[in-house]
Design a protein around this ligand. Sequence first.
Ligand code: MSK
Length: 661
Amino acid sequence: MEHVTTTNVQSADKVAEEIIEWAHSHGVRSAFDRAEALKPCPIGHTGACCKICFMGPCRLVGPDAENSATGVCGATLPVVAARNMLRMVAAGTAAHSDHARDMAFTLLEAATGEAPDIKIKDGKKLNKVASIVGVETAGRTKEEIGKDVALKLIEDFGRQKGELSYIKRAPKKRQEIWRKWGIVPRGIDREIAEAMHRTNMGVDQEPENLMMAAMKVSLADGWGGCMISTDITDILFGTPSPKHSTASLGVMKAGEVNVVLHGHEPTLAEMIVDVSGEPGILEYARSKGATGINLVGMCCTANEVLMRHGIPTAGGFLNQELAVMTGLAEAVVVDVQCIMPALAQAAKQFHTKVITTSHKGKMIDALHIQYDEHRAKEIAREILKTACDNYPNRTSKGSRVTETTPVIAGFSHEYIEYMQGGLYRASFRPLNDAIMAGRIRGVVGLVGCNNPRTTQDSFHDYLATEFIKNDVLVVSTGCGAAACAKAGYMLPETALEQAGPGLREVCEAIGIPPILHLGSCVDNSRILTIATQMVEEGGLGDDISDLPAVGIAPEWMSEKALAIGVYFVASGVHVIFGSESPVSASSVVQEIKTDLWEKRTGGKLQFIADPKEIFETTIASIDKKRDALKLKKYEPGKFGAERVLLTMADRRKLEREQAAS
Ligand code: MSK
């Protein structure tokens, strides 16, 4: 699909831009307009506002504020900025991890039969997780194992002493770094509670100590909440493998009941997918004049159902109001996280019903249908019938966009490993070899949100193009993955035309696009797993910090993105966020998150507003890591020796031979 590259537009997604223009000509406002009208507070934006007690809020501004300004209590600017940072990371960790807790209890209820509509789908993954957390599998049923795995993982939330179960999944050297600096999380809830306590008025007043606490709580997110959530979702609903689908707001269908699945927790969405093909439900839709039911995803729920069922994605966070403005959405079903309060107000101008489903996330002017896993499918049917009932209310109002982009999504780390060696020789060897030989220059995680302060998708698109042109393999999650999907980068044929010669050769041999859709926000944990497996495979150092890899969130907006960024830094990765730093008011805190963090963990967190500079800094970082590993100097089209890559056909032949023997 053609993408808009000029900067006088609000979205680089041509279909989204068409709807924005329609909205402007019809007097309908969205986040794009609100962002223009409402400039960020320049004090809060830089981390210089303290509102943790009611002597303030205190604004630490003025000449030489870093050294002279204090709040009423005497808190200095570095203390205020560091506390703000820690609170943001703790909040992001809480969001991912509360999602993970719900998944753990869902596994428990599925295993004990209390949630009869939910079954354990992936026994292989269950056994793998069981072996990690020390649950016996021999001679036991899936349900018996599932119950014990759920109970073990639930312990990770409330553990008061010791270490999180998954800490031992990291490379040995990384674990030692964490222990040396005292940042191994004990229990997820304990670290979040302690972060809130430390940042309460009059507790932790040392910026360095506060920032190390940010690392600790973030690790409870990455190697705790996110990883637990990814694992349990795979166990319950299946480990993703590549699926063909489509992306963009054009995925709505004119003659069908369109239901947008929006939010983060995949359980209810899975139930809706399950029942949407039932004859009774389809008959109900027809009785209302529609030809069928069309499910489409939004935000991270989209990523979950795209990867497991090939349900089309309408896009990321900033597309939610635009989906309503198509005039074609009978219902937007939401649960938690990244749901704009403006959504219900946008819906009031059309016939769309916004249906909230979690007691944690209610909304004025929305219809609430509480999800209950004990009668999951019954509720899913009720939601679909409510959407069908709304079909006759559709009017001609709306921007009827139709253009879509094909996409292949669903690259779990298990599948990436399989692709590189088949069933019997699955490994990361080919990827490591290709990096060592200079065919692939390095790896970038291009992830995170959209933010209307940046032309939607423009940074994602620019960076994706430049990286693949320069032989950098890109893995993507969250709304970044939606951006790449809409831009056509997740279709091998399209994307490989733009890829550099080495990357192209590797991708063609293995049969993958140069940008891999790895899933939702919590699935950033898959990137941690891949990085660990690359280290364990050998040849690229003995720690994640040795890998020629960089993490980038160019259009971030959420506290969750910040938590993800910090857990990658704590895991040894150079991380770059777009925009200005949220702690830019304090040079002390700025230096901690780069220099001190790098000295202690090998990772650092930078904020760079200019996308070209993000690209150049990333490439320099990758090349520096290559030099440190004494790898062949990267030169486009000139490769060193490496093992022969097996094509899909070779691999299938080998598998047949191995199976026969
Ligand atoms: S949905 S956290 S806007 S990636 Fe996971 Fe997208 Fe960012 Fe929400």
